[in-house]
Write a protein that binds this ligand. Sequence first.
Ligand SMILES: Cc1cc2nc3c(=O)[nH]c(=O)nc-3n(C[C@H](O)[C@H](O)[C@H](O)COP(=O)(O)OP(=O)(O)OC[C@H]3O[C@@H](n4cnc5c(N)ncnc54)[C@H](O)[C@@H]3O)c2cc1C
Length: 238
Amino acid sequence: MSVKLTLLGLKVSRSLCRDHLFELVRRAEARGNFVRIDMEDHTCTTATLDLYREAVAASRTRAAVGGPTGSAASGDAVGVVLQAYLHRTLADVAALPERANVRLCKGIYVEPPSVAIQDYGKVRRNFLATLEALFDCGAYVGIATHDDYLLRESAAMIGRRGLAVDRYEFQMLLGVTEERRDRLARAGHRVRIYVPYGRQWYAYSTRRLRENPSIAGHVARAFFLRLMRGQTGADWGK
Ligand SMILES: Cc1cc2nc3c(=O)[nH]c(=O)nc-3n(C[C@H](O)[C@H](O)[C@H](O)COP(=O)(O)OP(=O)(O)OC[C@H]3O[C@@H](n4cnc5c(N)ncnc54)[C@H](O)[C@@H]3O)c2cc1C
């Protein structure tokens, strides 16, 4: 399950947000589940990483005094997200706890040049540099991108390093670039698909569009591509 800390009260009260997050992680541990803390705009980055570190520490303390065992124990039931477009991201990797679980993405919010790289090629380069740094420090990485170039380069890096499939996964959004997703899975990589879920899915989706209107272009292109394939009978209804 992925959650946004502002949804848990981050901008209302830090301690209220911490209580909600810790409770979610405790429940996830008890069920062998996992909580991913999404990363929001740059005004939330420091607080989000701090609360992630606190949640990992609390979870590891619980495990040390006889909490649940297995993959949900030892802080493994909670993970965070780093955004390749932020100038600070490589420094944030250096401050992660041991055996961190990190989703790496480009970053979706419209951010000023003072905090975020604006050049598409440079964001890609920082994505790959951050991925190397995450593997170097032993993190489990969720490689969250639909970018063909980054998918190819990430797979090549994994091959060069001879990484086992339990050190990483690819992550994509439901309905986006499905052929890339299927190609990765066929090649033996783990692929996780994200689905907006719940009664408020429409409000959630329109809020995402407001945060970065350029997504609307992707969605429209994907919709018409699907429609055209449907008209030629290729994969309509999948
Ligand atoms: C699983 C997952 C979790 C994420 N979590 C976060 C997060 O916590 N914080 C955050 O800031 N950002 C998050 N993002 C968004 C991410 O930061 C990027 O903004 C987004 O993935 C687009 O970048 P890209 O790497 O896919 O490459 P792009 O170059 O933007 O896209 C490559 C191609 O993918 C297709 N595409 C991409 N996005 C869409 C879309 N929405 N609809 C249809 N087609 C699309 C298009 O064909 C496009 O040409 C997440 C992304 C994924 C996949």
